[in-house]
Design a protein around this ligand. Sequence first.
Ligand SMILES: Cc1cc2nc3c(=O)[nH]c(=O)nc-3n(C[C@H](O)[C@H](O)[C@H](O)COP(=O)(O)OP(=O)(O)OC[C@H]3O[C@@H](n4cnc5c(N)ncnc54)[C@H](O)[C@@H]3O)c2cc1C
Length: 502
Amino acid sequence: MSRGVVTEGRGRVAVVGSGPNGLTAAALLARDGWQVDVYEKNSHPGGAAASSDLLGGGTVVDLGAAGHPFGVASPAFHDLDLTSHGLRWVNAEFPMAHPLPGRPAALLHQDLDNTAFDLGRDAVRWRAVHQGLVRHIDENLANLLAPILRWPAHPVRLAGFGPVAAAPASWITGGLFQEEPARALFAGSAAHAITPLQRPLTGAFGALFGALAMTRGWPVAEGGSQAIIDALIDVLTEHGGAVHTGHEVKDLRDVGAADAVVLNLTPAQVLRLRGPAIEALRSTTRSRLGRWRYGMGAHKVDYLLDGPVPWTDPRVGDAATVHVVGSSDELIQAESLASAGRMPDRPFVMVGQQQAADPTRVVDSGQGRTVVWTYAHVPHGYTEPRQGLVTSMIEAQIERFAPGFRDRIVDRVATTPADLERWNPNLIGGDIAGGAMTGLQSLLRPGLTASPHRLPQRSAHRSGPCLYLASSSTPPGAGVHGMPGYWAARAVLDDFGRDERG
Ligand SMILES: Cc1cc2nc3c(=O)[nH]c(=O)nc-3n(C[C@H](O)[C@H](O)[C@H](O)COP(=O)(O)OP(=O)(O)OC[C@H]3O[C@@H](n4cnc5c(N)ncnc54)[C@H](O)[C@@H]3O)c2cc1C
């Protein structure tokens, strides 16, 4: 199936993969006058930002991403003016809630003052950690959403953020904050790095996710994350580009003659491709891609309930994202175990209640049915010793803070790490970040290179397309913000804009 009409451009680009990064690169290049064709393996575009009616009966289930702190803040999405193409961001009252054992939940508000006010003795320190980011969020994003080996757009801001960013999140939770609410809020934000919180640089995630919530919110896309994809495709097709679904690319010759091929893939997949353009990759490029390591997995379970989640603290029902694990120590322990390849009994569970922000998600207001999106962090490629084990762990975790949750379940669909990878081959071993966010990999993606969105080929190779990489395995990494696609498109334009190929 093809979407859109191909028109004459200033050259032809083929994009392999229709995730948000592939489509962002495609839309930007089509807008620049290129003839762009996107090839997608699945029958449905969008990669890990797609939605479907997985639970039947008019439900909208986000198959991957659900909350979009980076989407709403993305310079690429602003540049493409996605909100003029049908995309609407909607926020719940609270961006995030973290239920705590034996006490009220910790709540992240949409502003620094209210969040700090709730945190009592930790208010001053909470402010100290976040206020530089909050006050200058745009300048900080310009630094953080760019490849690290470039001179930063705002060096003073980067220097100011450095000490918190470099620290392990566990130091900040344990050493700086005195009480559990601030510890849990910070650790839960840092857990989006999907790496042990004792690792350097996890402090950056804790501070940045919190700062985004307190400035831009953690919105969902009205009608489903698919709305982001639909808006990107709208821009693409408006400029003559096309998406060809049901077209898995195994050999780059399958995409026809092109000046450039943008690969919306992770390194292991690039190395599995065939064709002269791939064979022409420099040996240094091959070995850099070959050294790439994948991280923890996700095990997803989507629920249809016959009513809202019966949270002990009812305010949690007004949060779009809920971190369910217990105390910050339990969180740190769970992430360490999963990263070390051992399944924790009480895993970290991300819960999405999109309908708290988006009334269009309510299935049938007469029956009050609710869709709840969850996933647990599990070891890379985790296979359950008995089917349903992780589902039962997720339910036990939610029951701790919402007794009676199980009684409300009408239907559920579990998606294991292997299922995720079968659906979207970029999710290797269930890794939703395109590669482990550990050590230098969190900064240098994929590996040490000054030009992460190009795949250099041997200079003898002149006849085939130039290759580019636009996935979450390139800077600035995972999340639905399209910035890897933006930087890959910039690389194409830099290379061809001056018409150097001649
Ligand atoms: C369960 C889950 C929850 C998440 N939650 C969030 C969240 O709440 N917020 C957030 O910001 N991010 C979240 N993420 C991460 C986010 O979805 C990803 O970082 C983002 O989608 C990466 O975009 P991408 O374009 O690089 O790749 P992907 O979205 O993975 O898209 C890659 C595309 O390439 C296609 N493809 C692969 N191989 C081929 C081939 N050979 N030929 C043709 N097509 C091919 C795939 O089918 C897929 O459509 C989540 C991801 C998952 C899976």
